[in-house]
Design a protein around this ligand. Structure first.
Ligand code: ADE
Length: 232
């Protein structure tokens, strides 16, 4: 067992899907995996392993925000030998023409998080997706007529901003949407020479204020998980 994961050695696959929400991890295992078993429930941060189309695969909840996500990424990589980490999560749109339900494949992640500033002595590191995983995700989405956008996303440390128009400065530079983990995931993957990708579903819009109704969530999240599973 590692500090936050109670799995035995060998119980976690090299490819791990990472939703923020533990109940989404459970739903992914029950909906997409065969022979799934629960390997972690420490702090309610569920982790399951099963198979998908005959390949061993795991899903591990990461919690919200870079500090929580990096605890799980770190332990998956250094204690359990994970080689491919694929985030599947929700995001808020920064662009008028990027609507709820649409999928975003994150090429890179900007951030207001301080975690890289100290590490790189106030110079900028550009957290970037793994090219092979990115191309596989794009190919699957194109071949299956899944509408998606690819580009820069924003990993924020703040869900509730004082200024509701704070997002506009990032939107002007083409940043597609906001979530809270990808910049950390891409940085730790680079550090440990493993592959990482974030596939996101737009659940709300900072431009229009709309939210994805709960009844539509399952279908749009399914498309995102299918894309993620196509990369393993
Ligand atoms: N994830 C989904 N919507 C979000 C938002 N508006 N801000 C940060 N993370 C999000």
């Amino acid at each position: 067992m590692s500090v936050h994961i109670q799995a035995k050695k060998g119980e976690i696959a090299e490819a791990v899907l990472m939703p923020g929400d533990p109940l989404r991890a459970k739903w992914i295992a029950e909906t997409f995996f065969e022979d799934a078993f629960l390997y972690n429930s420490v702090r309610g941060m569920y982790g399951y392993t099963g198979t998908y189309k005959g390949k061993k695969v795991s899903v591990q909840a990461s919690g919200m925000g870079i500090p929580s996500a990096l605890i799980y990424c770190n332990e998956l990589i250094t204690d359990y030998g994970a080689k491919k980490l694929i985030r599947v999560g929700s995001a808020g749109s920064y662009q008028k023409n990027l609507k709820v339900n649409e999928v975003v494949i994150a090429m890179a992640a900007s951030s207001n998080s301080g975690f890289n500033r100290a590490k790189f002595s106030h110079a900028d590191f550009a957290p970037t997706a793994d090219f092979e995983l990115f191309m596989k995700a794009v190919k699957y989405a194109e071949e299956n007529q899944i509408k998606f956008r690819a580009g820069n996303v924003f990993s924020s440390d703040v869900f509730y901003e004082d200024d509701p128009l704070e997002y506009e400065k990032w939107a002007k530079y083409g940043v597609l949407c906001v979530e809270m983990e990808t910049a950390g995931l891409y940085t730790i993957a680079a550090r440990h020479k493993v592959q990482a990708l974030s596939v996101l579903t737009i659940s709300d819009s900072l431009v229009t204020g709309e939210h994805l109704p709960a009844k539509d969530r399952e279908q749009s999240f399914s498309r995102m998980v299918e894309i993620a599973l196509a990369t393993i």
